[in-house]
Design a protein around this ligand. Structure first.
Ligand code: SAM
Ligand code: SF4
Length: 337
């Protein structure tokens, strides 16, 4: 079924759908789910409020009929959701979906990796913020050391997965890990993507002083390596990519704070309980679950999604400097990073 592309108020099509499959996580990263807030008594969503795989697939299918081509499974920690391979299988059957990726902290890769590969998943982004054991243990809030994640990455590569590593960088926190991470992953031939620390959610103590910008990162790397730019693979690619000269290994930068990319943002986000968000920094989502669990037919649901997208005006990052102090935002673990 194709229902025709839809465009928002700034003529941006919807091309990517990021799906949060759970709001729970086995880490407590200081910049995402700090343990002071997400403590033992934190009220995560009860199971019946999470979208089922059938409900997720239905939304994805309708979005694909209106132009979505890429899907990313995320969370929370997506590998906490049992039988994720079933969802991958269902999503890969949707006409028009060209690519499915998974973003994970990598701790549980061995529990679902084989099944996911068999289901057809090929690309995994693993988040790893430091090589220094103490620093990483502190950053993830659970005392996990980087060797565990690195060994899981190697294991996943041996299965055939294409792995990229994401690193969120913060001033005075993991600055000293930037060059060691670049050296280590370059040697392994793994793409490293630096992510500027973002003001998502309300709990991570973000301030501009803690952001290490893409320019600063680039300059730091450039003191050691010669980098050459790589062309974007597709419209709306958020990572600015470079190649270490003389090798095939790439390094990327997601500069959503210092060099915003709202004008080419083609992403929608489906929260784990069925709200559609048109921006990572949105204050509110649009509930689809009631329709999904009511008697709405596909056409009605499709029109609802289209109406949400066609009204979209978000360009939060572009406007950040004016708004950041005053706006309530949604936590990334819920909406999907
Ligand atoms: C919310 S996580 C969900 C998936 C999985 N749990 C993981 O950590 O990869 C998705 C991505 O968002 C990044 N992230 C979370 N909070 C962030 C923040 N405040 N600024 C920048 N990136 C952030 C994480 O590092 C991770 O790469
Ligand atoms: S970044 Fe990922 S691993 Fe870390 S707390 Fe957030 S959801 Fe969990």
């Amino acid at each position: 079924m194709t229902a025709g592309w839809m465009y928002d108020q700034w003529q941006r099509p919807m091309r990517d759908l990021r799906i949060s499959v759970t709001d729970r996580c086995n880490f407590r990263c200081t910049y995402c789910m700090p343990k002071e807030i997400f403590g033992d008594d934190y009220a995560f969503l009860p199971k019946h409020k999470l979208l089922t795989f059938e409900e997720i697939t239905r939304v994805a299918r309708l979005c694909a009929s209106m132009g979505v081509k890429k899907i990313r499974l995320t969370g929370g920690e997506p590998l906490l959701r049992p039988h994720l391979d079933e969802l991958v299988r269902m999503l890969l059957q949707i006409e028009g979906i060209e690519d499915i990726g998974l973003t994970t902290n990598g701790l549980l890769l061995r529990s679902q990796g084989e099944a996911l590969y068999e289901a057809g998943l090929r690309r995994i982004n693993v988040s790893l913020d430091a090589l220094d054991p103490d620093r990483f243990a502190k950053l993830n809030g659970r005392g996990i050391t980087p060797d565990v994640i690195l060994s899981n990455i190697e294991w996943a590569q041996s299965l055939g997965f294409k792995i990229k590593v994401n690193m969120v960088v913060q001033k005075h926190v993991n600055e000293d890990d930037i060059l060691p991470m670049a050296a280590h992953l370059k040697e392994k031939g793994i793409t490293l993507c630096f992510i500027e620390f973002m003001d998502v959610g309300n709990d991570n103590g973000w301030s501009m002083e803690k952001v290490i910008t893409k320019r600063e990162l680039y300059e730091m790397l450039n003191t050691v390596y010669e980098l050459e730019p790589v062309d974007a693979d597709y419209f709306g690619e958020v990572s600015k990519r470079y190649r270490y000269k003389g090798s095939h290994t790439e390094v990327g930068f997601i500069s959503s704070v210092s060099e915003t990319f709202c004008s080419s943002c083609t992403r929608a986000r489906l929260s784990c309980d069925g709200s559609l968000y048109t921006c990572l920094f949105a204050s509110e989502g649009h509930d689809l679950k009631e329709m999904l669990r009511g008697d709405a037919g596909d056409q009605e649901l499709l029109e609802a999604i289209r109406a949400i997208w066609e009204k979209r005006t978000d360009r939060y990052s572009d406007e950040r400097s004016l708004l950041t102090q005053s706006r309530k935002k949604i936590n990334m673990s819920y909406i999907g990073g």
